[in-house]
Design a protein around this ligand. Structure first.
Ligand SMILES: C[S@@+](CC[C@H](N)C(=O)[O-])C[C@H]1O[C@@H](n2cnc3c(N)ncnc32)[C@H](O)[C@@H]1O
Length: 245
């Protein structure tokens, strides 16, 4: 990645790399510095795009936009994410880089819980309301905290399928075994991966309704899962809503 236009950030990145390379660096300091190093990389991506769009708005007016889609692309959608492969690399914590009343539909799944609440999450939902046309809609899917909490008082057998599905591809089964581990997942998933932003807030249907209503959306309804848009692997244990401006 090319250096940023902020020499102080580049210098900080070099200093962090040097401290991380020192075997005497403690686990706690290294953990914090890896988080800072990751944010520096994201800062560079964001500011590279920001140089192209200094007023924070792109010229295009895409009808359909996916936010935080990662590798999940949807036909006909313009993809905005922090990291490649997106159509636009942009840190949504800084706002949505679209013009007012310009978009018909926004889709995101397993994105919202990765930005800090309340500052960035509330900024994001206000921005979504700004960029959607009147009558425009935003579909949002997140891990369902109520789903994990409801399993807590139940028998461990009932949680086995969830543990198996949520952790099948990750090398952490020796650490994630119990119902409380599932609850922790909702609040801290990916905290063990320094390249990733962990879950920073948990949501359920009630919270999503309150969240979108507070931002001015007129209706917030359950969204019927549509595998032509949503990722089938997300269906299990997620809650989706569709909010209309
Ligand atoms: C858990 S992944 C989900 C990817 C995809 N939606 C899915 O369900 O498989 C979270 C995605 O949100 C993106 N993301 C996290 N914070 C972001 C931010 N501040 N701005 C833009 N994208 C962000 C990440 O880069 C990542 O692609």
């Amino acid at each position: 990645m090319s250096p940023s236009s902020m020499p102080s950030v580049d210098l900080l990145g070099e200093q962090i790399a040097s401290v991380l390379a020192d075997p005497a660096t403690t686990h706690g300091l290294a953990r914090t510095l890896r988080t800072a190093a990751k944010e520096i990389a994201l800062h560079r991506y964001h500011h590279a795009s920001r140089r192209a769009w200094p007023n924070g708005r792109i010229d295009d007016k895409p009808d359909r936009v996916q936010i935080g889609g990662g590798g999940h692309r949807i036909d006909g959608f313009f993809n905005i994410d922090l990291v490649p492969p997106a159509d636009l690399l942009w840190d949504i914590r800084e706002g949505i880089p679209l013009q007012d009343d310009s978009t018909v539909e926004i889709f995101s799944e397993h994105f919202l819980e990765h930005i800090d609440y309340p500052r960035s999450a509330k900024h994001y939902v206000r921005e979504a309301h700004r960029v959607l046309m009147p009558g425009g809609q935003i579909i949002t899917g997140v891990p369902d905290a109520a789903f994990a909490l409801n399993q807590y008082p139940g028998p461990l057998d009932a949680s086995d399928e969830t543990i198996e599905r949520w952790y099948a591809k990750r090398d952490c089964r020796t650490d994630i075994n119990t119902r409380l581990d599932l609850v922790n997942l909702v609040f801290r998933d990916q905290d063990d991966d320094p390249t990733y932003t962990p879950h920073l807030w948990a949501y359920d249907h009630e919270k999503l309704v309150q969240f979108f209503t507070e931002a001015g959306f007129t209706t917030v309804e359950p969204w019927t899962f549509d595998p032509s848009m949503a990722s089938p692997k997300r269906r299990w244990g997620s809650v989706y809503v569709i909010a209309t401006k």
